[in-house]
Design a protein around this ligand. Structure first.
Ligand code: 5GP
Ligand code: ZN
Length: 138
């Protein structure tokens, strides 16, 4: 289940090179070609899904098990002070490559990465309404 035009599918098939970190039956991890910090790694399912919600549920445990293994490798190998793990879905969220990928980003104090985090307070009524919308959809 690969998309012939997808750059990450091409990496899975070995059609384009990557700095491979880890591979198993379901997942592949490789260095980000334009790292935010040294050791910035991407973990992907071998099958092509655009986003996390589109992936087959059965494959998620294997994907996040790979994320866990690779995170430990990044910690051991790069000795960061911390790390962020994230995925972007949709252009609005900044997704560029349309093949699900989990970023593992090692962090050091003084690095240039910034999350902009404009938090707000919502009313109890609004919070309850939102809770209902999401929980009833699961
Ligand atoms: P997104 O914004 O879609 O979450 O991030 C895509 C990431 O993939 C970017 O950080 C970008 O540097 C990385 N990337 C894009 N093309 C390639 C590639 O051909 N090889 C590798 N290793 N990384 C890539
Ligand atoms: Zn793909």
């Amino acid at each position: 289940m690969q998309d012939p035009d997808c750059i990450f599918c091409k990496i899975v098939k070995g059609e384009i090179p990557s700095y491979k970190i880890y591979e198993d039956e379901h997942a592949l991890a490789f260095l980000d070609i334009n790292p935010i910090n040294e050791g910035h790694t991407l973990v992907i399912p071998k099958n092509h899904y655009e986003t996390l919600d589109e992936a087959v549920a059965d494959e998620i445990p294997a994907l996040f098990s790979a994320v866990h293994k690779v995170t430990k490798g990044v910690i051991e190998g790069m000795n960061p002070e911390g790390y962020n793990i994230f995925t972007s879905a949709g252009e609005v969220a900044g997704q560029v490559v349309k093949h699900l990928h989990i970023h593992i980003l090692p962090r050091w104090s003084g690095d240039k990465f910034r999350f902009i985090w404009p938090q707000q307070k919502l009313s109890e009524e609004k919070m309850t309404e939102i809770k209902e919308k999401i929980s009833s959809a699961i």
